[in-house]
Structures are given as structure tokens and as C-alpha cells.
Write a protein that binds this ligand. Structure first.
Ligand code: NAP
Length: 258
């Protein structure tokens, strides 16, 4: 299926590793030009090389800490003309209420709640003025199936689900689509870190994380692969999905209902 994305300009946050990198690659293979954003310039350069070699896409990298308001604003000014925004950078800490400090909670939400809101606010204004654009928020299934051992993530993701549905119900008035994707546990560095932390929190050692994974009894006996999210996002941002807005698409192998 031709997704009709050739020549579109897409900006992906957290694009140097994991889910963001896989989304960027899927979009590059469909003919998009990419802006990759993360903090570490070396990881960004490596992702850009992979994308160029795999697809011949035009790739720009932009190093920024997106938990900082000034850098969120700078991003929206510098790349005002992107057709597609994928908000993905996030690093909520694991833990129950008494295991997470107020400062850790606030720092995490500066990136993955207020960061998404402010970057959406900036880019949406440009898209609204042009009467064209798509915004996808990568959220997480813990925002619909609550996890007390990941209270910062569950609470923040619930807020982002509501934010995405609310704005995505209004944005069609300006020919802009806003939607979300809720992945379950996905095979990235971050997932391994979370499993190690859960292993320690349950009284074991970090290197025993495969036991935690086994106990989760994941659907299909495996984690979700980043590329499966990339392919879904490529479809969702394409004109083939032009009636989808204000919706959260869950990609979890049934996790939310198990
Ligand atoms: P990851 O492997 O840790 O990658 C995170 C990406 O975000 C990296 O490119 C990282 O690069 C960037 N990043 C982190 N902090 C940043 C900051 N302050 N400013 C700019 N960029 C920053 O994570 P992932 O597993 O791919 O997760 C991506 C998103 O999906 C997150 O929002 C996560 O909550 C969500 N999610 C993940 C899973 C899962 O199981 N993995 C499940 C559901 C939802 P730098 O460190 O160089 O900045």
C-alpha cells in the first residue's frame, strides 16, 4: 500500500533510540524527510546515518533537552514548517507512591506531560494557521490499565490520553489531526531498565530481570517490537488515515484486557 507520505516533513522527539528511532525509520522508508530530536549528539548522528543509508531520506538532527521550556519553544520556532509531529521523548521513573520523590515526579512530567503539551501547543499553532498537519502522541497502555508500581507513568499517561482526545476533537475544525498511540511493554533500553528496577524493588537483584519478564506472561510470549509501533504510526500519520483524530490506538497484544 502506498501511504502517500513521500516528501512530507516529520519531526520525531526521542528519535535517537528505541521507539522513536523505529518510528523515524518507518517514516523515512515511506519517503518522509526527518528531523530527529534527543539530547545525545552521538546517538543522534548514529540514527541519522542509519536512516540515510536505509532510505536516502533527508535527515536533520537537533540536540535539545525537551524538559526545558526554552528548548521546547526553540524547537517549535526552528521547525515551524513540519507536516507531522511525533511526541515520543519520555522517561517516567518506575515506583510506587512512596518510592518516587516530588522532584522526580515533577522532572519527569516536565518532559512527558508538559513537554508534550507545550510542543503540541507550539506546533499546533503553525499547523492551524496552515490548515494542515498531524500530531501523534506516543503515550503508553499504563494510562488505561493502571500500574501502582509505575504511578508516575500511569497518572501522566492518563492526562495525556485526555489531552489528546480533547484536542483531537477540536483540531479537525482547522484540518489538523491529533491522536495517540498506547504501546505496552516494548523491547527497548528503557524496558530493560524498568524490568531491572522492578526486579530490585521486589527484593531481587537487577540481573534477575528476566524472571520479572517471565512472570508478566506477555501476550504472544514476547515484548512488542519498536518497529511494530513504527509501522502503525506511519499508517496513522498518512492520508490513508485522514478520518482518524481524537483517538488513542492501543497496540498491546491485548494486555489492557488480560
Ligand atoms: P528509550 O529507549 O529510553 O529512548 C528514549 C528517547 O528519548 C531517546 O532518544 C532519548 O535520547 C530521548 N530523551 C530522553 N530524555 C530526553 C529529554 N529530556 N529531551 C530530549 N530527548 C530525550 O525509550 P523508549 O522505550 O523508546 O520509549 C519512548 C517513549 O515511549 C517514551 O515516552 C515511553 O514512555 C513510551 N513507552 C515506552 C514503552 C516501553 O516499554 N519501552 C511502553 C509504552 C510507552 P537522549 O537520552 O539522548 O535524550
Amino acid at each position: 500500500m502506498n501511504l502517500g507520505l513521500r516528501g512530507r516533513r516529520a519531526l520525531v522527539t526521542g528519535a535517537s533510540r528505541g521507539i522513536g528511532r523505529a518510528i523515524a525509520l518507518a517514516l523515512a522508508e515511506e519517503g518522509c524527510h526527518l528531523v530527529l530530536v534527543a539530547r545525545d549528539v552521538n546517538d543522534l548522528a548514529s540514527a541519522a546515518t542509519e536512516l540515510r543509508e536505509a532510505s536516502g531520506a533527508e535527515v536533520i538532527v537537533h540536540a535539545a533537552d525537551l524538559s526545558v521550556r526554552a528548548e521546547q519553544e526553540c524547537l517549535c520556532r526552528t521547525f515551524a514548517d513540519v507536516d507531522i509531529l511525533v511526541n515520543n521523548a519520555g522517561s517516567n521513573p518506575p515506583g510506587e507512591l512512596d518510592e518516587v520523590t516530588t522532584q522526580e515526579w515533577r522532572d519527569a512530567w516536565e518532559l512527558k506531560v508538559f513537554g508534550y503539551v507545550e510542543i503540541t501547543r507550539g506546533m499546533y499553532a503553525h499547523m492551524k494557521a496552515r490548515r494542515s498537519g498531524v500530531i501523534v502522541n506516543i503515550i503508553g497502555v499504563v494510562g488505561e490499565r493502571m500500574n501502582p508500581r509505575y504511578i508516575v507513568g500511569s497518572s501522566g499517561n492518563s492526562a495525556l490520553i485526555a489531552f489528546t482526545k480533547t484536542l483531537g476533537g477540536r483540531s479537525p475544525d482547522f484540518n489538523v489531526r491529533v491522536l495517540g498511540v498506547n504501546p505496552s511493554l516494548t523491547d527497548t533500553d528503557r524496558a530493560k531498565y524498568m524490568l531491572q528496577e522492578w526486579s530490585v524493588q521486589s527484593g531481587s537483584t537487577a540481573d534477575q530481570w528476566p524472571n520479572v519478564l517471565k512472570k508478566l506472561r506477555l501476550p504472544f510470549g514476547r515484548m512488542l517490537q519498536p518497529r511494530e509501533i513504527g509501522d502503525l504510526v506511519a499508517f496513522l500519520v498518512s492520508p490513508r488515515a485522514s478520518y482518524i483524530s481524537g483517538t488513542i490506538v492501543t497496540i498491546d497484544g491485548g494486555t489492557a484486557n488480560r
